[in-house]
Design a protein around this ligand. Structure first.
Ligand SMILES: [Zn+2]
Length: 268
């Protein structure tokens, strides 16, 4: 990578770090961002620093074993998760880890985005963002949770922890983090209207085909991926409610009744 390109990557990394902070996806010293900066080299935000304060002078560089090769500040424990992705996904150029509040709330409650709710998101992220079971930091199970899922997916929810995304650029990794948080936010708000109604499995094949044609997903990378595991029975708790939409579309009366019921419940 030329010096100029390496420099522009550092500028991009600082910019992405500031955006992660501005979005409210991290608190304290949470979160970390990395990007491939050359053969066996990864440029990264340092540990123990707010993602809103990182400057180009604060960035560090590690090799593909995680050993620091430059920078006055220190690397971070979660680098092992980033390296697990870079090791298995040669196409990946950037990884972002954060704790965006809605997606992290779902992961804390033990839910992934296991069932699709928005068609466009299936094209962008696939038919699910799975929940990786909790494991203590620095353990092999912790690293393996990400390593075992990263070939099939581009975003993972980490139980009782946060979210990790990656992509062919910092921008793509950022947009995937943004989309995961957006889907979790929509899922949360849908609970006020009786909970999400998931896309029918029958609609998934053409959407996943569009994803492959866009050069996204394991099949587009020529991976003969194993069949995905069966979905959990139902990953979002839904109160029992009559359907809002029938064959003729939204039942407005029913919708108003549900909203009024919800408001009354909140006032109690
Ligand atoms: Zn974390």
């Amino acid at each position: 990578m030329s010096r100029l390109t390496a420099q522009s990557l550092r500028v991009q990394l600082v910019h992405a770090s500031a955006k992660v902070y501005a979005k409210g996806w991290v608190a304290n010293h949470d979160g970390n961002l990395t990007a491939r900066s050359g053969p066996g080299r990864i440029v990264a935000t340092p540990t123990a620093m707010s993602k809103g304060d990182v400057t180009e002078n604060d960035l560090i560089v590690v090799n593909d074993q995680g050993e620091q090769v430059s920078g006055r500040l220190k690397s971070f424990t979660e680098m092992a998760l980033h390296l697990a992705v870079y090791e298995r996904r040669k196409d990946v150029q950037a990884v972002i880890h954060a704790h965006p509040p809605y997606a992290t709330a779902m992961a804390v409650a033990g839910f992934g985005l296991e069932r699709p709710i928005i068609a466009e998101a299936v094209v962008s992220l696939g038919d699910r963002v799975p929940l990786v079971p909790f494991a203590l930091p620095k353990t092999e199970a912790w690293r393996a949770g990400v390593a075992d899922h990263c070939e099939r997916y581009d975003a993972l929810m980490l139980q009782n922890h946060g979210v990790i995304t990656w992509g062919d650029s910092l921008e793509q990794a950022f947009l995937r983090m943004e989309l995961v948080e957006h889907l979790a936010t929509i899922t949360h708000h849908s609970m006020a209207f009786g909970g999400p109604r998931f896309l029918d499995e029958a609609h998934l094949a053409p959407l996943l085909d569009a994803r492959r044609k866009a050069g996204l997903g394991p099949e587009a990378r020529g991976l003969s991926a194993p069949q995905p595991p069966a979905r959990p029975p139902l990953n979002v708790p839904r109160p029992a409610a009559a359907p809002l939409a029938g064959a003729g579309g939204i039942d407005t009366e029913r919708l108003v009744a549900v909203i009024l019921e919800e408001l009354a419940r909140l006032e109690r």
